[in-house]
Ligand binder design. Structure first.
Ligand code: AMP
Length: 124
């Protein structure tokens, strides 16, 4: 496997999100179940900016395998339910940055759920 150096560094210890899942690092937890946790992003890019994170460490989406199908589906369903509960008016964007060159900085899969401002297309 060809690992980016920043990704390699991350894989040598617990991921930041594992520490949040383990409650070793504080976070604003919006929702949690046996498969996932949803937290507020510490550096929000929109009035609502949440991270939907699987408890299983999948470093990035392209590392997921068939056995992760239920987890991946679960994350999408949680996104929809949280958006509904927060009254986001069915207007939000989900983003997955896959790999350092695509902007991924934490190598533990997560969906960004962002809402509350206009979004451009194509994205930057
Ligand atoms: P990405 O760049 O796609 O890997 O997204 C990682 C996200 O994690 C960024 O939007 C960061 O702002 C966010 N982040 C980093 N540290 C924390 C933290 N301690 N609590 C919540 N969000 C964080």
């Amino acid at each position: 496997m060809d690992l980016d150096s920043s990704e390699l560094l991350f894989r040598m210890s617990l991921t930041l999100f594992e520490k949040i899942i383990n409650k070793e690092i504080p976070a604003e937890i919006i929702y949690e179940d046996e498969i996932s946790i949803v937290i507020e992003d510490i550096n929000p890019q929109a009035p609502t900016h949440l991270l939907i994170i699987p408890k299983k460490v999948i470093p990035k989406l392209s590392d997921a395998s068939n056995e992760d199908q239920e987890i991946l589906g679960h994350l999408m369903l949680v996104a929809g339910k949280i958006a509904d509960q927060l009254g986001l008016d069915e207007t939000f964007r989900l983003v997955v940055n896959n790999g350092a060159k695509a902007g991924q900085s934490v190598f533990h899969l997560h969906l960004h759920l962002i809402s509350g401002r206009p979004f451009n297309w194509p994205p930057g």
